[in-house]
Design a protein around this ligand. Structure first.
Ligand code: NAD
Length: 266
């Protein structure tokens, strides 16, 4: 993967959680192509090491931090990242888990807790640590990864939907709380993004639920979903990265508390 430069982030550094995943990786490539140093944070050490290896071609500083965003001391990563990269200017709070797909009356308690723990408590940990660091550093920008599921509440995704509504709520409150420190906080809400793990997983699992909303064949589900958006196609990982770079850039300098829907229209 090679990304083209679109904004100037030379001399800046971004910390990306979920940096080993599809969106984290695409965004890391984009920021590195624009000159930013990269701090990747993920649970999956081997995948993260592969991404770090790919990023070497941009000649920017890259560090990796294998940690769990649900751990209450994950914030110390910021201190370690600043030691290694000298500064953190932007934080992409992106790590997340989609949960199982089940109707509300059958939704498993343990998975509900797991989704909320990663997508809400984990996002809170990173948001709080980012707020403290950027406040002390004199300002910066945060993008929290939400989802269109946090706007509409799709069928069979009770925990995920709850978690992403929460992310949008935290974004709006944090934007108000942190504006006095020169910190902008926005959310990004993609819908149908692919190809990638989450796209394949969601079409397969929606098909398997056996609800009135989707066919039992994942290939048909793909088409049903694509037909539900005006642009009649999937969004790409590059189009998600476009949204993140814009929200972090100086071109968005008066934008905070905003939820950018990368959906192809709904
Ligand atoms: P992905 O599964 O490829 O990446 C998610 C990454 O998060 C993985 O590398 C995983 O190891 C990491 N992660 C999970 N739990 C963690 C934890 N406790 N601590 C640290 N890292 C952890 O998925 P993706 O498609 O890249 O999704 C990234 C984000 O975008 C998620 O928050 C997801 O909900 C959101 N999102 C994705 C889509 C989509 O269609 N791909 C759409 C809307 C929103």
């Amino acid at each position: 993967m090679t990304a083209k430069a679109t904004y100037q982030f030379a001399g800046k550094t971004i910390l990306i959680t979920g940096g080993a995943g599809d969106i984290g990786k695409a965004t890391a490539h984009r920021f590195a192509a624009n000159g930013a140093g990269i701090a990747l944070l993920d649970l999956n050490e081997p995948k993260m090491a592969n991404v770090a290896e790919e990023l070497k071609s941009y000649n920017v500083p890259v560090s990796t931090f294998c940690c769990d965003v649900t751990a209450s001391d994950v914030g110390k990563t910021f201190t370690d990242a600043v030691k290694q990269l000298e500064r953190i200017d932007y934080v992409f709070n992106n790590a997340g888990y989609q949960g199982v797909f089940a109707k509300t009356d059958e939704y498993p308690e343990d998975d509900f807790q797991k989704v909320i723990n990663i997508n809400v408590v984990g996002v809170f940990h990173i948001l709080k640590a980012a707020a403290q660091h950027l406040r002390d550093a004199g300002g910066g920008a945060i993008v929290n990864m939400a989802s269109y599921a946090g706007v509409i509440g799709p069928p069979n995704m009770l925990a995920y939907s709850a978690s992403k509504f929460a992310v949008i709520g935290m974004t709006q409150t944090a934007a108000k709380d942190l504006a006095p420190y020169g910190i902008r906080v926005n959310a990004l809400s993609p819908a149908l993004i692919g190809p990638g793990f989450m796209w394949t997983r969601q079409t397969e699992l929606q098909a398997a639920v056996g609800s009135q909303y989707f066919d039992a064949n994942p290939k048909v589900v793909e088409q049903q979903m694509i037909n539900s958006v005006p642009m009649r196609r999937l969004g790409s990982l590059a189009e998600v990265a476009n949204g993140v770079t814009f929200l972090m850039s100086d071109e968005a300098s008066y934008i905070t508390g905003f939820n950018l829907e990368v959906t192809g229209g709904q």
